[in-house]
Design a binder for this molecule. Structure first.
Ligand SMILES: NC(=O)C1=CN([C@@H]2O[C@H](COP(=O)(O)OP(=O)(O)OC[C@H]3O[C@@H](n4cnc5c(N)ncnc54)[C@H](OP(=O)(O)O)[C@@H]3O)[C@@H](O)[C@H]2O)C=CC1
Ligand SMILES: CC(C)(CO)C(=O)C(=O)O
Length: 345
């Protein structure tokens, strides 16, 4: 009798999610059940084309199971060994913790392969016995309709967001097991126990470059050539390093230059810029507002990050209005009316 393969539920079958799912399935190491939205069910079920710098061309990748909701996934194929979340993390619009409502089981390990800081906290608040793994990925991959273009190798660090209610070693072991399913000759997947360091290091990039590119509608290369790297990005990066330090995380000086020169030779659009260009919500809360929150709490001056954060909050509201999240009165309210935006969701 063949051994039962680890069962994985994956929520967020976009640029990163498709590569994660294919990575786990193509060597037969796990079986993935993908949760689609009702409107994307048919295309996910018919398969995506993957054009990958690491795995080559896969004409039609179809995950083992595709379901229209987490509830359907759980009822048909659960409980899952791993629940992987690779959506954009936008707590004010669709909190990640809500995805777990109908599919979480105490035997499941949650794997968050998303950018940002503080993303595990709402989950621990609701599920104090949960095991949550962190995946911090340096990859370049985008879903265009039903084709995923994967242009930069998957360099990913996994570690456990330590849950102090549980045995530490058990969490490390779970992480190492997941790594053994994920790691192969075509990616560079590593175990990194210091999740805080990995996440803050990545923020040196995301908090400064994603945000500046998104606000200026410039890709990384253009933003550099036009002078933004020295005028905005470097000062912002120094502030992130200072906030990390106030959180007990030492980021070495060379990291800033490594991030600044990391995409030399290409005009790379970071994911937040792609979201703005597509009229989508952005991950400003977990990528910058949470950093600003920690800075305020710890008394770290962050003039550049404060401006970037405030501007991005305006961008998010602009998107919200365009998406019908609220409607403004036809006549502009006067200050004395104390008008408050009424959100529909
Ligand atoms: N792309 C990259 O190269 C990198 C991305 N990251 C991070 O990885 C994470 C994922 O990014 P990325 O793959 O680019 O994002 P994408 O927008 O490409 O993919 C997210 C997917 O999640 C789906 N989704 C959202 N909500 C739900 C839901 N409720 N049910 C089912 N599906 C849902 C979206 O569907 P729909 O379109 O219908 O909303 C979309 O297909 C982010 O945190 C990002 O910052 C990190 C490193 C690099
Ligand atoms: C670092 C980078 C650009 C790719 O991994 C990223 O995290 C993003 O696009 O959000």
């Amino acid at each position: 009798m063949s051994e039962r393969k680890p069962q994985v539920l994956l929520i967020g079958f976009g640029g990163v999610g498709t590569i994660v799912s294919y990575t786990l399935e193509h060597l037969g190491r796990a079986e993935v059940t993908v949760v689609s939205r009702p409107e994307t069910y048919d295309s996910i079920k018919s398969g995506y084309r993957i054009e990958s710098c690491s795995y080559g061309i896969i004409d039609n990748y179809i995950a083992t199971n595709v379901v229209k909701s987490t509830k359907e996934g759980y009822e048909k194929y659960g409980p899952f060994d791993y629940i992987i979340i690779t959506t954009k993390n936008i707590p004010e619009i669709s909190p990640v913790v809500d995805f777990l409502e109908d599919c979480y089981h105490e035997s499941s390990t949650i794997v968050l392969i998303e950018n940002g800081i503080g993303i595990e906290i709402p989950i621990y608040r609701k599920y104090p016995k949960a095991i949550i793994l962190s995946g911090v990925s340096l990859i370049g991959t985008t879903l265009y309709e039903d084709t995923v273009k994967h242009i930069a190798r998957d360099i990913i660090k996994f570690g456990a967001f330590i849950n102090y209610n549980l045995d530490k070693q058990m969490q490390y072991d779970r992480c190492k097991h997941f790594l053994s399913l994920y790691s192969n000759d075509n990616n560079f997947a590593e175990y990194e126990e210091n999740v805080k360091l990995t996440r803050w290091r990545k923020l040196v990039y995301n908090t400064c470059i994603n945000t500046t590119c998104a606000l200026t509608d410039l890709d990384f290369g253009r933003m550099d050539l036009f002078g933004g790297m020295e005028s905005v990005v470097r000062p912002a990066m120094k502030e992130v390093v200072a906030v990390a330090k106030s959180e007990g995380v030492e980021i070495e000086d060379h990291v800033i230059d490594e991030m600044i020169r990391g995409e030399d030779g290409v005009y790379y659009p970071p994911s937040m810029l792609i979201d703005v260009r597509n009229g989508n919500y952005i991950e400003n809360t977990v990528i910058i507002s949470n950093v600003v929150k920690y800075a305020k709490r710890n008394g770290v001056p962050i003039p550049t990050l404060t401006v970037l954060d405030n501007l991005l909050k305006l961008v998010q509201l602009r998107t919200g209005e365009a998406k019908g999240r609220f409607e403004l009165p036809e006549k502009r309210p006067l200050p004395e009316e104390n008008y408050q935006i009424q959100f529909k969701y």
